[in-house]
Ligand binder design. Structure first.
Ligand SMILES: [Fe+2]
Ligand SMILES: [Fe+2]
Length: 187
C-alpha cells in the first residue's frame, strides 16, 4: 500500500487532529529508524502512520481492533502483529526490532514535539538535555509515563541521547512531506 492510500484509510477512522499529528510524528520517527537500521522505510513508515488507527473508535480496547480496520489492505501478518505489540498489555511480545522501535518512538515522538513547541527554534538544535529536563517536570505532558519513555529505549538498545537525535532528525525531515499535504507538526 502506498502512503497516500494509507493516509486515506487512516482518515476514514481518525478525525481528531491531535491523533493525526501523533500518527505523523510516529511515522517520522519510524522512517528515521528504518534509515538508521537499514530497514524497509516504506514498511516502517506505514507501521508508524497506522499504529493507532483504531484508537478513536475503540479507545478502551486499542489496538485490538486494528486488525479488522486493516483487513483487506494487503498487510502481512507480521505487520499486524507489530501493531498489536504496541498495546499496553499485549499478548504479542516485543521481540523484533520493528516492535521494539515502534514502542520506543510511540510516546517519545509526541513528547519531543511538545518540547519543541515550547522553544523559539522548535526542533532545530533540540537535544536530549532539554528532553530530560522536561521529563523531570511533572506538570509537563503529565499523561506521558516517564518510566515507559526510558525503559522502551533501553529495550531497543539505543543510547538515550542518540534516540532523541534520531527522532528529532526524522521529525525535521518529515515536516517537508507533511507540508505538501497541508499538515505540520509544528504549528
Ligand atoms: Fe497506541
Ligand atoms: Fe501511539
Amino acid at each position: 500500500m502506498e502512503r497516500k492510500e494509507a493516509l486515506a484509510l487512516l482518515k476514514k477512522h481518525v478525525t481528531s487532529d491531535r491523533l493525526l499529528r501523533h500518527s505523523f510524528a510516529v511515522e517520522a520517527a519510524m522512517l528515521a529508524y528504518a534509515r538508521k537500521f537499514g530497514e524497509d522505510e516504506k514498511r516502517w513508515g506505514l507501521l508508524g502512520l497506522l499504529h493507532d488507527i483504531d484508537f478513536e473508535k475503540y479507545p478502551e480496547d486499542h489496538p485490538n481492533h486494528a486488525p479488522e480496520l486493516l483487513e483487506g489492505a494487503g498487510f502481512d501478518d507480521e505487520f499486524i502483529k507489530t501493531i498489536l505489540s504496541h498495546g499496553l498489555n499485549s499478548d504479542v511480545p516485543r521481540d523484533t526490532k520493528e516492535r521494539q522501535c515502534l514502542h520506543a518512538v510511540d510516546e517519545m515522538s509526541s513528547f519531543i514535539i511538545a518540547v519543541a513547541l515550547m522553544r523559539p527554534t522548535k526542533l532545530e538544535g533540540l537535544k536530549a538535555k532539554s528532553v530530560k529536563k522536561k521529563m523531570k517536570d511533572k506538570a509537563f505532558a503529565k499523561a506521558v509515563n516517564r518510566e515507559e519513555l526510558t525503559s522502551s529505549v533501553e529495550a531497543l538498545g539505543v543510547d538515550f541521547a542518540d534516540h532523541v537525535d534520531t527522532i528529532v532528525d526524522g521529525l525535521i525531515k518529515h515536516e517537508a512531506t507533511l507540508q505538501e499535504d497541508g499538515y505540520s507538526l509544528l504549528d
